[in-house]
Design a protein around this ligand. Structure first.
Ligand code: SF4
Length: 243
């Protein structure tokens, strides 16, 4: 089992420590690339219910990161849980990575929206559909809201995307440096907003600056806090002007 690289990758990203020896918490990823973040089919829900009954005392938790958690799984059952979750498309090993996007329903479903959210999330996931590169980028929270009601928590995303209405068209304002948790912060707007088509490229260029400037073991949020928004803004808008 330990020599199975796919299982090892899943354990690294989707399995968390537990206070009781011999147990772990398992996050079932609802973030397969190219699908609406947080969506799950009725067939998958049946699989999840069976997993909860068989391996986690019949209990299931949902997270505001839009994933599902089996909170009390025995260490010896992890491989069986992984095999069943993977067969059902619930084991994408991307928890905490750039494609583990929080995304509100946006203009596809919500009458309050200024802009669509889900197609932006899907386009970013497809832009970064390479797990090795995602692992190299490391921990990064990207949150998207379709309007200032902020159901997608964009303002506390390391990268935040907010749908805005400009003259009846859909645009996207980008913030960086937001963070949830004990050292919470609100993201800073990097500049004028972007069209939907530009958004995957904007995220790509933000990541390019991070990869270029980061110190050893430094997360995206740490690099933004150390350098401020200026180098990120310069690279994103320089590319925009020459595009
Ligand atoms: S953030 Fe706005 S668009 Fe998104 S679900 Fe909330 S109210 Fe709707």
């Amino acid at each position: 089992m330990a020599s199975n690289p796919a299982f090892a990758a899943w354990v690294k990203r989707c399995v968390q420590p537990h206070r009781v020896p011999g147990y772990r918490a398992v996050t079932l990823s609802l973030k397969p690339h190219g699908k609406a973040p947080g969506d799950i089919t009725s067939e998958q829900m049946h699989v999840v219910a069976d997993l909860a009954d068989a391996y986690s005392f019949g209990e299931l938790r949902s997270s505001h990161e839009q994933n599902l958690i089996l909170a009390d799984v025995q260490l010896s059952d992890l491989f069986a849980v992984w095999e069943k979750a993977r067969a059902a498309g619930l084991a994408t090993p991307n928890i905490g990575l750039l494609t583990d996007i929080i995304c509100c329903p946006g203009g596809d479903f919500c009458s309050l929206a200024n802009a669509k959210s889900i197609p932006i999330a899907e386009a970013i996931q497809m832009q970064f559909d390479n797990l090795d590169y995602l692992y190299e980028i490391g921990d990064l929270e990207l949150n998207i809201s379709g309007c200032m009601n902020a159901c997608g928590h964009h303002h506390v995303g390391h990268i935040g995307i907010l749908g805005v209405d400009k003259d009846g068209s859909e645009w996207y304002q980008v913030t960086i440096g937001g963070k949830q948790g004990n050292d919470a912060s609100i993201g800073t707007v990097i500049g004028p907003s972007f069209s939907a088509e530009e958004m995957p490229g904007v995220v790509k260029r933000l990541i390019e600056v991070y990869v270029r400037e980061r110190h050893d073991e430094e997360r995206f949020i740490d690099t933004v806090r150390r350098l401020g928004v200026a180098p990120f803004k310069a690279h994103v808008y320089a590319e925009k002007e020459t595009a």
